[in-house]
Design a binder for this molecule. Sequence first.
Ligand SMILES: C[S@@+](CC[C@H](N)C(=O)[O-])C[C@H]1O[C@@H](n2cnc3c(N)ncnc32)[C@H](O)[C@@H]1O
Length: 239
Amino acid sequence: MDTHSKETHVQSVFQKVAPKYDLMNDLISFRRHKAWRKFTMKQMNVQPGDTAIDLCCGTCDWTIAIAKASQNGRTVGLDFSSNMLEVGRKKVDKEGLSNQIELIQGNAMELPFPDNSFDYATIGFGLRNVADYSRVLQEMQRVVKPGGRVVCLETSKPTWQPFKSIYYLYFERILPLMGRLVAKSYEQYKWLPESLKAFPGREELAQMYREIGLQNVQAFPLTGGVAALHIGVKGKDKA
Ligand SMILES: C[S@@+](CC[C@H](N)C(=O)[O-])C[C@H]1O[C@@H](n2cnc3c(N)ncnc32)[C@H](O)[C@@H]1O
């Protein structure tokens, strides 16, 4: 799929699933995504005053968690789906964080910020959806300060048989049916396994981090490798 077709397809998927996105996340991951997010926040160790940009922020769960941890630190959420942002904005308002969190409709491939702007750049279940993974990681590296972190939480590929076979059966056959039943979106939930197929495995993604120059790269498998957390640091020489 070329860049334009992938972006158009992905945008239409999320415009459609936005109202049911949070419910479906709980269902399809058996609520594991909450534990993955908690583990991620622990590893990030955000300090009061830290600043962050959350790419592909969607309905803003991670954006809100970062803003709370950084207390008064500037937090930006960026996404290209107006419907996902709308759901997110309601949650941000409900949490009383609308003065701290700035939500922007934009493309993760071209961040509208100067170099060295943030302490963290994060992307949650978003990298798999973009047209050029490496370009987005480079953009994340560009906008963090030297010493800042590029953090990616994403579905991944378990390698251990027989778990792997059961997982693929669930992901490719059962999950789209759940999408049809609950969110009335069979085609949209078919996109999840399709996008995972093309996405690098845990080690390959860590290698991609290193290739663009990120340092001290850590890759954590989550729940038998069905998800993974990657963290890399921007070198002081990259200012
Ligand atoms: C699976 S959702 C993840 C939402 C949220 N980060 C989370 O952790 O639940 C993926 C999001 O990425 C957004 N997205 C995909 N490609 C994008 C791009 N190129 N630029 C901006 N947003 C994008 C979609 O609109 C969608 O809201």
